[in-house]
Design a binder for this molecule. Sequence first.
Ligand SMILES: Cc1ncc(C[n+]2csc(CCOP(=O)(O)OP(=O)(O)O)c2C)c(N)n1
Ligand SMILES: [Mg+2]
Length: 360
Amino acid sequence: MATKENRASASRASAGSRSSAVAEPEVEKTAPRKGGRETDGGYSPELLLGLYRTLVKCRLCDEKARILFRQSKFAGNFYSGVGQEATEVGAAYSLREDDWIAPSHRDWTANIIKGAPLKFCFAQLFAKSTSPDRGRSSPAHMGYPPLNVITPASTIAAQLNIGTGVAFGLKKLKRDSVVVSFFGDGATSFGGFHEALNFAGVHRLPIVYVCQNNLWAESVPLRLQTALKDLSDRAKAYGFPGVSVDGNEVLAVYEAATKAITRARVGEGPTFIECKTYRWYGHSEIDPAKYRSKEEVEAWRKKDPIPRFEKHLTERKVLTEELKNEITAQITAEINEAVDFADQSPYPEPEEATGFVWSS
Ligand SMILES: Cc1ncc(C[n+]2csc(CCOP(=O)(O)OP(=O)(O)O)c2C)c(N)n1
Ligand SMILES: [Mg+2]
């Protein structure tokens, strides 16, 4: 795993530092983002393994966060994305450092995919002074300014408006960066969703809307949300393409996303990608999700994106059992180190409660 650590900024972020939380970027690549198609039409082993490592990293970090919540290591709440990793990774993996992500409450791992160091991700959950926002926001509402990950707003769909505004700014500044905005099926019923997509269509903005259709908005099923079968049909109303893909198939999402990102980058405007997926656990860690049947959950667990991808990689002789174990061990060690860092970091001092709120 390629890891680039900026030691100077590591000391900046160390316990008790009072300098800006965002002045010096610290970037950790989860994998080299190189690689593409080989002449046989398949993806290169480098790219496949990079995607695989990132999937596993997201899964292990998310499961660890759930355990830590149960151990009362942090308060507030946590919105697990376990089961949805292929959507997150497939959509965000090929983004450049100067590209943007506008995540929702369920996308804590978007920071990880973009390359935020794990120690900051766990420090964020613990609301410690070493977290990117110095313990200011709700634990799972994490952004990472050095890598253009926007802090999610609590209001459903609000990240769509903010992300669309950023895309408008990028276009005005004639930059070739793009925005990927994540949101759920429930968000598509909000007024702000329609306003954002309409605006993006009119101005042909460089943004990719990635809908994680997990069939539920808290306890509201999709059938009470919309009469549509495919949420990507909504894009027609705004004059840009919409596509629906298997959100548990990382290469299907990756392929749709890279196409949409390229389209956005060259000035051809937005794309809507609906990823059909499922969250394994409750809406949050305090939701036992009794509104879903056991059969439904079991059926989706069988579509777990990770073993599906492992099968593909094993058949292509890219992954062996030994390599798989090695990757898991490496990531587990990295997580343990990050959790120790978060644990040992201090809470912000009471007297700085009003600092770093309006500007950093
Ligand atoms: C305006 C508003 N209403 C209600 C909530 C509470 N809430 C947070 S997330 C959520 C469900 C969102 O569902 P969806 O968009 O499908 O995303 P998912 O949670 O499934 O990822 C609700 C009701 C909120 N944050 N904002
Ligand atoms: Mg949902």
